[in-house]
Design a protein around this ligand. Structure first.
Ligand code: GLA
Length: 379
C-alpha cells in the first residue's frame, strides 16, 4: 500500500511523500448508541481503511487530492472554510487541523496531501474516523510532533463533533486508534479507558451492506443524541450509564414513552456489552451471538434506529445455520447488518441470504467477509 500511494503521489505532485499513514474502518460489534451516554462498547478494527500520504510545501497552500474522486481541492494558507458537495470529504482532515491546537499541538502549514480508501462507504464502517486518524498521524509527522494514541483519538472525535458537526461518541475513533488484529477493542467511554479482548478462534464477521440511506449527518443521529440527554434528565441522572435497568422500568409511564424506550435500549445495551465481554473470555460464541441479536431487537423495538430492510436481513441470517447472531452495525437508519458466524459459514450461504433480500427489495446487498486488522499506524 505504501509503495502504491507513494507512486501515485509522485505522479500527482512530482515528488515523494514524506509521511504515509493508514487507519482502519471499524465494525461496531455491540454497544449501540452507548458511547455518548458514557457507556461501554466493543468494536473491531478491520483490514480495510484509509491511506494518506503527505509532503510539506513552503507556500502555505494545502492541496487535498482524493484518489477516489480523482480531484484536488486547493485551500490557500490559513483558509478553513467548510467544504460542500463532492469536496466535503476535506472537512475531515480540515477538522483535524482545526482540532490540533486544542490539544497543544501545532497545526501543519502548507502541504500536498493524497488520500485513498478501500473501505466501502455508507456501510457503517466509519470511513470518517479512518480518514481523521490517518490524517492526524500524517499531520503529526509533518509537524514533527508526537502524541499518544488517546490524544490522536480525541483529536479525531473533536474534528467530528466541532468541525463536521456530528455529536458522535468515541467508538469509531477509539477502535480505529486502538484496534488490533484478532481482537476486539473494549471502550469504557466515561474515562475513556481502552482495552482489547481476544476474538475466540473460529469467529467470523460478515457484513451485508444494503446501500439504503445512512442518515448519520442528516439529523436522525443528532435527534437520538438529544432524546438520550432528555431521557437522562427525566431519570434524574447526568448520563444514561448511571441509570439501573430497574430504575428505567420503574419510570415507565412516568416519563415520556420516547424517553423510556431510548433509556431502555441504552441501559440494557450496556449490560449486554458486559455479558458479551464475559462470554468472549469463555469462548462462548453462541451466547455472544444471542446478545448481538438481542441488541438488534432492541434497536428495532426501543431505539427506532433500524429499518425494514435491516430487520429482514437479521431475520434471514438468524434462521440460517452457522450464524451465531446478527445486528445492525453503526448509527443505524439504514446501512449494514453484521453477522457473527462460525468458520464453516461461506459465500454460498451469504449469497442465499442476499438473493432473498434481492427478491424482496430488488437490489442486491454487497457481501463482505471482514477480517480484523491493526489500528492506525505510520507505514
Ligand atoms: C456512529 C457514531 C458512534 C456511535 C454509533 C452508534 O457510528 O459515530 O459514535 O454512537 O454511531 O453506536
Amino acid at each position: 500500500m505504501k509503495q502504491i500511494i507513494s507512486d501515485l503521489f509522485r505522479q500527482i505532485h512530482g515528488r515523494a511523500p514524506s509521511v504515509v499513514t493508514r487507519a482502519p474502518g471499524r465494525i461496531e460489534f455491540i454497544g449501540n448508541h452507548t458511547d455518548y451516554n458514557g457507556g461501554t462498547v466493543l468494536g473491531a478494527s478491520i483490514d480495510r481503511g484509509v491511506t494518506v500520504a503527505v509532503a510539506p510545501r513552503t507556500d502555505g497552500k494545502r492541496n487535498f487530492h482524493s484518489l477516489f474522486t480523482g480531484k484536488t481541492v486547493t485551500l490557500a494558507a490559513a483558509e478553513t472554510l467548510k467544504q460542500h458537495g463532492e469536496a466535503s470529504w476535506v472537512n475531515y482532515p480540515l477538522g483535524v487541523i482545526a482540532a490540533m491546537p486544542a490539544f497543544g499541538l501545532s497545526a501543519p502549514e502548507g502541504f500536498d496531501y493524497v488520500a485513498t480508501s478501500d473501505l466501502p462507504t455508507g456501510a457503517g464502517l466509519s470511513s470518517s474516523a479512518a480518514i481523521e486518524l490517518a490524517s492526524g498521524l500524517a499531520f503529526l509527522g509533518l509537524t514533527g510532533r508526537q502524541a499518544d494514541r488517546e490524544t490522536l483519538v480525541k483529536i479525531g472525535k473533536h474534528a467530528e463533533n466541532n468541525f463536521v458537526g456530528v455529536p458522535c461518541g468515541i467508538l469509531d475513533q477509539g477502535v480505529s486508534g486502538f484496534g488490533k488484529a484478532n481482537h476486539l477493542v473494549f471502550i469504557d467511554c466515561r474515562g475513556p479507558r481502552f482495552d482489547t479482548v481476544p476474538m475466540p478462534a473460529g469467529a467470523h464477521f460478515w457484513i451485508f451492506n444494503t446501500h439504503t440511506k445512512h442518515a448519520l449527518v442528516d439529523g436522525l443521529y443528532a435527534t437520538r443524541h438529544r432524546e438520550c440527554m432528555e431521557a437522562a434528565k427525566a431519570l434524574g441522572v447526568s448520563q444514561l450509564v448511571e441509570a439501573r435497568p430497574a430504575q428505567v422500568e420503574a419510570a415507565q409511564g412516568k416519563i415520556s414513552a420516547d424517553a423510556y424506550s431510548r433509556a431502555k435500549h441504552v441501559v440494557d445495551e450496556i449490560a449486554r456489552v458486559g455479558l458479551a465481554v464475559k462470554s468472549l473470555e469463555n469462548g462462548d460464541l453462541a451466547t455472544v451471538g444471542g446478545l448481538l441479536t438481542a441488541s438488534h431487537r432492541s434497536s428495532q423495538n426501543y431505539f427506532g434506529n433500524s429499518t425494514e430492510e435491516l430487520d429482514f436481513l437479521v431475520d434471514k441470517l438468524t434462521t440460517t445455520p452457522r450464524v451465531y447472531g446478527a445486528r445492525l452495525t453503526g448509527g443505524g437508519f439504514g446501512g449494514a447488518v453484521m453477522a457473527l458466524t462460525d468458520e464453516s459459514f461461506g459465500e454460498d450461504q451469504a449469497k442465499t441470504v442476499a438473493a432473498a433480500y434481492e427478491a424482496k427489495y430488488g437490489a442486491r446487498p454487497d457481501i463482505l467477509h471482514m477480517l480484523t486488522g491493526e489500528g492506525a499506524q505510520v507505514l
